[in-house]
Each structure stands twice: as C-alpha cells, then as structure tokens.
Write a protein that binds this ligand. Structure first.
Ligand SMILES: O=c1ccn([C@H]2C[C@H](O)[C@@H](CO)O2)c(=O)[nH]1
Ligand SMILES: [Zn+2]
Length: 142
C-alpha cells in the first residue's frame, strides 16, 4: 500500500481512541522499512496509570507482528494550535528501534513538523549500551 507521511491513517486511528478520562484523542500510523503500516490509538484505563499512548500501541503492534525496522511514524491529535509531540516514554520506546527514523507531528489540518528520533531524544540510552546487536538482529530465543 502506498502511504503518504504524515499518514491520513493516523487521523483514522485517532477515531478509535479510547480516552474517556482525558478526552484527548491521539492516533498514530507507523511505516515499516518494507512499507507496511501499523496504526495505534491511545487506550486509557480506570486505573489511570495503565493507559497506553497511541505511538507505543502502534510500535507494539508492529513488533508483535514481526516488524522492528521503522521508517517513520505519523502522530495526530485534535489540537489545532499545536503539533502533537510524543511523550518522553514514547521517545525512549522509539529509540529502541533506532535513532535515525522520522517522527511526523501533525495538526488536524494535515500540516506537520518532522523531527528524527535522535533530535527528540538526544544523548539517549539504547540497546547498544547493553552491548546488543542491531535490534532487528536480536533473536526471539535466548
Ligand atoms: O503523544 C501523545 C501524547 C498523549 N497521548 C495520550 C496519553 C493519554 O491517553 C492522553 C492524554 O495525555 O493522550 C498519546 O497517546 N500520545
Ligand atoms: Zn507517549
């Protein structure tokens, strides 16, 4: 499937947000190196701290389906005066899969700001610091 970034799929994913507590809808569309797309929305919980962000949801879906190599993620919210920006936890989660891929932070009108993961999280800690190989070479059996 051909996908433009920031992807309209992030807007579609936003519609599925489960956010009765914050009422702050977020959608994400993650593009893999081999051009598959995994979407995600935020999923909140009555036990507030268990809520999951849209970005992490999309990345976990991709990894659980066997994809670890990412080109870009597009993020959408309902804020029309700000570009949605990933939280610190999601930045670290993105960095696990490499420092050099793109994050498109959008507004509902489709305008966006693009930054690389390493710009969003400089001087980061990652798998290499634990003497790991590239993350896509990490086996599923140890
Ligand atoms: O980049 C962001 C920022 C916030 N949220 C979610 C978390 C929570 O459900 C709600 C309000 O913070 O928005 C995301 O999913 N992604
Ligand atoms: Zn987050």
């Amino acid at each position: 499937m051909a996908v433009s970034v920031p992807s309209p799929l992030s807007l579609q994913a936003k519609k599925r947000a489960y956010c009765p507590y914050s009422k702050f809808r977020v959608g994400a569309a993650l593009l893999t190196m081999d051009n598959y797309v995994f979407t995600g929305c935020n999923v909140e919980n009555a036990c507030y701290n268990l809520g999951v962000c849209a970005e992490r949801n999309a990345m976990s879906k991709a990894v659980s389906e066997g994809y670890r190599s990412f080109k870009a993620i597009a993020i959408a919210s309902d804020m029309d005066d700000h570009f949605i920006s990933p939280c610190g936890g999601c930045r670290q989660f993105m960095r696990e899969f490499g420092p050099n891929w793109d994050v498109y932070m959008s507004k509902p009108d489709g305008s966006y700001r693009k930054m690389r993961v390493d710009e969003l999280l400089p001087a980061s800690f990652g798998p290499e610091d634990l003497s790991m190989k590239k993350v896509f070479d990490i086996p599923n059996e140890y």
